[in-house]
Structures are given as C-alpha cells and as structure tokens.
Write a protein that binds this ligand. Structure first.
Ligand SMILES: C[S@@+](CC[C@H](N)C(=O)[O-])C[C@H]1O[C@@H](n2cnc3c(N)ncnc32)[C@H](O)[C@@H]1O
Length: 316
C-alpha cells in the first residue's frame, strides 16, 4: 500500500484538526463513534454477500482487520424520499459520513445520531476541502478501520468525481461499494413536469456540463444543436447567456423552449421557462441561485400540462 501523505485532511482523520476546519464542522458535526442498534428498516435482510460480511464485522469489531471500507452513495437530487433502500441501509450503519453542499437537510436527518459528520464543501468557488484532500481523508478513515459513508448529491458517477474517489481507494486496496443515486437530470425533470424524451418531441437526451475545468465551455455545439433531442446542462447557470447564444448560432431556432430549474425536487424548487431568446434574461430577473439545471428542447412545452409537483402540498 502506498503511504498516505499527511495533509490537513489526514490530520483531521487522526483527530488533529486545524482550528479553521474544527469551527466549520462543529456546526455540522454531531454524535460519537459509538455503535448503535440499527432500526429494523436498516437491517440487512437479504442474502447479499456484502450484507453478510458487513453484519459479521459489525458484530465482531476486532475481526474487522486493519482496513475499514467506504460506501460511495448517491443521495439523489434533494427529496429524501428519492434515496434508494441500499443508500438508506448504508447510511444507517455508517460510522462517519463525508458530505458536500448538495446534500439536503432532509437526507442528513436520516443519518443516525452516532454517525460523525464531516462537511467537505465543494460549492462552486468555495471548496472547503480540495478533491485530493477528500480522497486522502477517505483513505485515512478507512485505514483506521471505520465504516465510511461518502454521500454525494445525485449519482456519484454523473458529474460527481466519484470515479476519482474510488480510484484512490482502489490504489490503497480499500474495500468500497458504489450505490447509484437519482441524478439531478432525472429527478429534477420529473418534478418539473418535463419528460426528457417523448415520442412526439425527442428521441435522444444529452447530459452535458456547463462548467469545464479551465472555465470555458468546450462543447460539441454541432451535436447539441441537432433537432428532436433534449439537452440537460448541469452547472450551466453562470454560462447561461453564452449557452443560449451558442445553440442558436449553431442552428437551433431562437424559439426553442428552454427552462431553468432551481433546487429541483425540494420545497424550494423554482422553475423559469422561456425560449433560447428569452431564458437568460428571465432567469437573471428571477434571481435563481445554484444548484440549477438547464433543460433545452420542445419537451419543455409539455410542462404547461404536466406540471404536477406542489412542494407545499407534499405530505411527508
Ligand atoms: C457537481 S454536479 C453533481 C451532479 C450530481 N452528481 C448528480 O448526479 O446530480 C452539481 C450540479 O448538479 C445539478 N443539480 C444537482 N442537484 C440539483 C437540484 N436539486 N436542482 C437543480 N440542479 C441540481 C446542478 O447543475 C449542480 O450545479
């Protein structure tokens, strides 16, 4: 195994945390490392090999060996009821949870009080911890023999850098499991009443990011501007005016319907609809804030009839 470089993150795992980080996580941290009995809903009830191994180790901590394990879990787009059963089970048996800004309070509330919480940030332009530090912290915690939950918004493998995190675990021979989540495109479109495909409108759907590594949007505009498809843009709010202009320049009619959805699936969901000609201005006027998803294509018009979600009327 490669030795772990002792970064601030690793020092944190060893209980030697810088004052700045201690202050931040005091707000978010709760609970101790003590084991608690799992609620019935969280107990392993199937014949899965991993369940058996986990249950055995939970019962006999000394047999756990030197390394713990990491669960890379997709938490969905915000509504806690969109978590998978597997996500909930692993959340409830975790000892320490690393989560970022996309994780809703409702999802966090499902962690047992005994799970230690570590906020690792990653808001645009405000990264509490760098990606390398997060990777190193996951390794360090697992090497202490702990059951580590890495909770990611949406799906860990969709614009989530989940691949990088488990690559680092694999390099250190740490056991991990990946639990897919409902990615923002699917959850947000459903709650906004916008079917991403529809036989009369779109036979294809593309997911792209509006935020690239060097700050530019180096997208395949010709492919994006093809007819009869839907485009979903993650992290596209800042670049929205340029995005709409480029699509029109490459051949989409300026009258193409388009929408921006803020905090989809949550009580704070807001939707602005328009066309490629009007969307950027209307969105700025509405003062939408991240996280937002941009949806472009004639399917957006269907929302006029299919808008079903009433956040206030939701009985939990
Ligand atoms: C770093 S990406 C992570 C995507 C995530 N892994 C997923 O599968 O949804 C963050 C972006 O996802 C989108 N996003 C995530 N949750 C959202 C939500 N509830 N409403 C609108 N957009 C959301 C936004 O575009 C946000 O900037």
């Amino acid at each position: 195994m490669r030795p772990v470089r002792k970064t601030a993150a690793v020092a944190m795992a060893e209980g030697n945390r810088p004052a700045r980080k201690r202050r931040r996580s005091a707000k978010h941290a709760s609970g101790s490392r003590a084991e608690t009995a799992l609620p019935a809903a969280a107990r392993p009830d199937g014949p899965r090999a991993t369940d058996f191994a986990l249950a055995t180790r939970a019962a006999t901590p000394k047999a756990r060996g030197p390394a713990g394990e990491v669960y890379l879990v997709g938490a969905g787009p915000g509504d806690p009821e969109l978590l998978t059963l597997r996500a909930l089970k692993l959340m409830q048996r975790s000892e320490v949870a690393l989560y970022d800004h996309l994780i809703s309070d409702g999802v966090l509330a499902l962690l047992p009080p005994s799970t230690e919480r570590v906020y690792v940030g990653k808001e645009r332009g405000n990264h509490t911890m760098r990606q390398e530090e997060i990777n190193a912290l996951l390794v360090a915690l697992a090497q202490q023999g702990r059951r580590v939950l890495r909770l990611k918004g949406g799906d860990p493998f969709t614009f989530g850098r989940g691949g990088e995190e488990i690559d680092s675990l694999a390099a250190h021979r740490i056991r991990f499991e990946v639990v897919p989540g409902i990615t923002a495109a699917l959850g947000v479109a459903a709650y906004a009443g916008i079917p991403l495909t529809h036989r009369d409108h779109a036979q294809a759907c593309l997911f792209v990011t509006g935020h690239l590594k060097d700050g530019t949007m180096d997208l395949d505009w010709t492919a994006l501007a093809r007819p009869r498809q839907t485009i979903v843009v993650y992290m596209g709010l800042t670049a929205l005016p340029a995005l709409c202009e480029r699509l029109v320049e490459h051949g989409l009619p300026a009258s193409t319907p388009a929408a921006v959805v803020q905090q989809g699936t949550t009580r704070d969901q807001r939707v602005v609809t328009g066309t490629l000609a009007t969307l950027a201005e209307d969105t700025a006027r509405a003062k939408l804030r991240a996280p937002t998803l941009v949806i472009v294509g004639s399917v957006v018009k269907l929302r006029d009839r299919l808008n079903w979600f009433r956040a206030d009327a939701r009985t939990r």
